[in-house]
Design a protein. Structure first.
Length: 254
């Protein structure tokens, strides 16, 4: 029987966390919260949430390790607890939690797949984020030879725990910072894990705190894609074969 949990990495968004948990509480699933080296009031807000919501399972980092490391450690905790699937959602409140039931339903229909959100933005989205995303998503199609992944950067997805856990055990290099969301999806795709893309509404609160650092994080993303392009070369025969099979299957449906 499949067991689900929410996985929420938290860094500098302690104040917003209670609102996120409040919007998710009605689904009666445990929360795996990863405190990624928070201090001061952020740390206090996380501890308050742990006391308020009895289903909180807290994973702590003594210092900031990055989003990728946080999600990876959350997956390790989920595996330890016998949880089969996690719905990753950001702690800043940008994601529309009302779409959780649809994502869980899709996951129950396709339990072996990653259910990956792609953003539908409102007018609050910064132009720099929107343009940067177009470039990142162009390269995701290159390194997978597929259009299966519509967006590689959004942190709203349902992961089956077992293939993710297996990847962590057998693959040492997954970017621990802003290249993570890209890196993990590509490696799961290379492992022939199906990626199902579904829309999710995303907004940017005016008073929101962004952890994105223009130079540092674009460098991480660029280096991640450079490494993935190198890895793709060794997988080209398999990727070309899969692309041909998808094309053949699509023609058969016409």
């Amino acid at each position: 029987m499949n067991r689900y949990a929410f996985l929420i990495p938290v860094y500098r968004h302690g104040l917003a966390l209670d609102g996120v948990l409040s919007s998710l509480e009605k689904y009666n699933l445990p929360f795996i919260i990863v405190d990624d080296g928070n201090c001061g009031s952020d740390r206090e807000h996380i501890r308050a949430a742990q006391k308020k919501y009895r289903s909180v399972i807290l994973v702590e980092h003594k210092k900031n390790r990055g989003k990728g490391k946080s999600v990876n450690d959350g997956i390790l905790k989920a595996h330890e607890l016998g949880i089969t699937h996690v719905l990753q959602i950001d702690s800043d409140g940008q994601h529309d939690a009302s779409q959780v039931p649809f994502f869980l339903e899709q996951s129950r229909m396709f339990p072996e797949a990653v259910i990956c959100g792609y953003p539908e933005y409102d007018a609050s989205v910064p132009a720099s984020r929107l343009n940067g995303r177009k470039i990142a998503n162009f390269w995701i199609h290159v390194v997978t030879l597929s259009f299966e992944i519509k967006d590689a950067l959004i942190g709203f997805r349902v992961y089956p725990v077992e293939p993710y856990y297996s990847l962590l055990k057998h693959h040492a290099v997954i970017d621990s910072h802003m290249g993570f969301d890209i890196d993990i999806l590509v490696h799961l795709h290379w492992k022939n894990i199906k990626i199902i893309s579904c829309p999710v509404n995303v907004s940017y609160p005016k008073d929101g705190i962004s952890n994105f650092r223009l130079v540092r994080d674009n460098l991480h993303i660029s280096l991640t894609y450079a490494r993935l392009c190198a890895g793709m070369i060794f997988r080209l025969p398999v990727l070309i074969f899969r692309a041909a099979q998808r094309k053949k299957n699509a023609k058969a449906l016409v």
